[in-house]
Design a protein around this ligand. Sequence first.
Ligand code: ATP
Ligand code: MG
Length: 251
Amino acid sequence: MNGRGPVGPPRSGPVRSPATRRAGGDPLIRLFHVSKSYGPGSVALRDLSVEVRKGELVFLSGPSGAGKTTLMKLLFAAERPTEGQILVLGRNVARLGERRIPALRRRIGVVFQDFKLIQTRSIEENVALALQVLGRPPREVRSKAFAMLRRVGLQHRRHELPAALSGGEQQRVALARALVNEPAILLADEPTGNLDAELTIEIMDLVAAAAARGTTVLVATHDQALIRRYARRTLRLAGGRLLEDIPGGSI
Ligand SMILES: Nc1ncnc2c1ncn2[C@@H]1O[C@H](COP(=O)(O)OP(=O)(O)OP(=O)(O)O)[C@@H](O)[C@H]1O
Ligand SMILES: [Mg+2]
């Protein structure tokens, strides 16, 4: 075909394009031989190389201490790698200057297991704050916060304080806050860790919907049943190493 002859398996072999192009999306996240050590004897990630494309939903699985949270922290420059290169949205975050970090974080939504809502502010204010800090005009802030709360089914609770909501509802608010700015990337670290099975699915459906709208999503979880149910690509970590990169649909 191109003078190099047939390479790889007959039907879907990567004759001229890498997997990234086959799937259509550009890699938004690329790690090259990344290691992270927090100090002597505390190696959290070892020689990790991986790419994640636009619109992918990828699970990070692995036992406690595997390096899942560390990987997420590296992606939004909360930690720096000890070795290797990390490209996020085309920026080299391993070397990003402090002054350029806020611009990166504006494009990344983050949800943690302990959702860290501001307890003295209403649900709506919690979500709106994510836009206010970007200096968006008040009208836009109000309408986007309302639309986002409607998407997670909590618009009728918008004037209440977080403490008045259940754990699952609060996690939906945290997700709304992470997504209101339409981030390119959503990092969700054990977003369903404290929730029962039904609420877990509710949250994961919202996360999957964000991926379907084009957000690139990483979800760290111990929950194997969740991974099986959604059958998305899964990076299996242990002891800081990438043990397996399991494609979606095959779990
Ligand atoms: N700030 C830190 N200082 C020192 N060591 C750390 C720090 N954060 C993480 N580690 C170590 O790095 C390793 C990976 O931790 P990490 O939090 O990334 O794991 P994890 O996969 O998220 O685990 P879990 O499932 O328990 O959340 C662990 O051995 C941990 O003790
Ligand atoms: Mg963790």
